[in-house]
Design a protein. Structure first.
Length: 333
């Protein structure tokens, strides 16, 4: 298989076709949440191999610390796609770049989760890897090797990938390098041309700080929905209070939803906070990895099913609550 080809269901294809994994949905219609939806969800983002290390005691520098370690499929964009499928969206597609080393494994995991794969296979770079260090409070710290993720190139994109799509979601990780940023912006411009709504998740406060808030906001100006967490919202605005940050951001995009972890989420539009949604209380949280991705997937599935913003955010909170009860960033079996 050559660099830049996509794979679906084990078959190499070029980028001048719309890629689906399995049968097409008749007339582009699917059902989600009991409602009929015209068009699907396309996520353009990242696929990652997660190494999750859960340690019950503090890390001891220079020696061993006992941990329970698992290797799992992950990646913010892939996680969002899986959670959207889990939350009832029947037509979810994912464009991402993976290394040839693990393309088949990731494709199979996505297919089992109900996601249609558009995977560009990289023969020169391995699949991205994230080591997630999860402490006794279920909080996580990441070590990230971007691998093939940021090599997603304009050659991997085709406008036909938006055929039959009702919403485009971009993982902010793609904006942190020139090649993948160019690809994400190609998708964004084509979606705007077709009047398809677009959402973006900033994805990483650490990488966002390196890129710079101004460059990020310039790239996403005018999108329909921005989904930062509280740290990302603060970083993008310089404001300490998430509500103030959300209100300010909503002057630059159509709507803002800021996730607040165990404090739920808040909505903002037209320069003002429009709603606050409580979190779903959880007993026995084991890993917060992917909780924000789960919120986004749940929100988008509900939104595509016709829910208003408040109801969609409540659905996102339910998905986020489920996510913290399982190890890794994807839905459990």
């Amino acid at each position: 298989m050559t660099d830049g080809q996509a794979i679906t269901d084990g078959e190499a294809i070029t980028d001048d076709r719309t890629v689906t994994d399995g049968e097409a949905i008749a007339d582009g219609r699917a059902t989600a949440g009991g409602r009929t939806v015209t068009g699907g969800l396309l996520v353009v983002g990242d696929v990652v191999t997660d190494v999750v290390a859960r340690h019950g005691t503090a890390l001891v520098h220079g020696t061993d610390t006992s941990a329970r370690i698992r290797t799992l499929p992950g990646g913010a964009g892939a996680n969002v796609a899986c959670w959207a499928a889990r939350s009832g969206c029947a037509d979810v597609r994912l464009l991402a770049r993976v290394g040839a080393d693990s393309a088949a494994w990731h494709r199979d995991a996505l297919r089992r989760a109900g996601v249609r794969c558009l995977l560009a296979v990289d023969e020169d770079a391995p699949t991205a890897t994230v080591v997630a260090l999860v402490d006794s409070a279920a909080e996580r710290t990441f070590l990230t090797d971007s691998g093939a993720v940021l090599r997603l190139s304009p050659d991997d994109w085709s406008p036909s990938m938006l055929d039959g799509i009702a919403h485009l979601h971009l993982s902010g990780y793609l904006l942190f390098a020139a090649t993948s940023r160019a690809t994400a912006l190609l998708a964004l411009r084509e979606a705007r041309r077709r009047r398809i709504p677009v959402s973006v998740d900033p994805a990483s406060a650490g990488f966002l700080a390196e890129l710079g808030a101004d460059r990020f906001l310039t790239a996403v100006e005018g999108i329909d929905l921005l989904l930062p967490n509280a740290d990302e919202a603060r970083l993008l605005t310089g404001l300490p209070e998430p509500a103030d940050a959300a209100a300010k951001l909503s002057l630059q995009v159509g709507r803002v939803v800021v996730t607040l972890g165990e404090r739920g989420a808040l909505l903002a539009a037209a320069g003002a906070v429009a709603g606050r949604i409580p979190a779903v209380r959880v007993r026995g949280a084991v890993d917060t990895t992917g909780a924000g991705d789960a919120f986004t997937g749940g929100f988008l599935a509900a939104h595509l099913a016709g829910a208003d913003a408040t109801s969609a955010a409540a659905a996102g909170c339910r998905a986020g609550a489920e996510a913290v009860t399982t190890v890794g960033g994807r839905p459990g079996p």
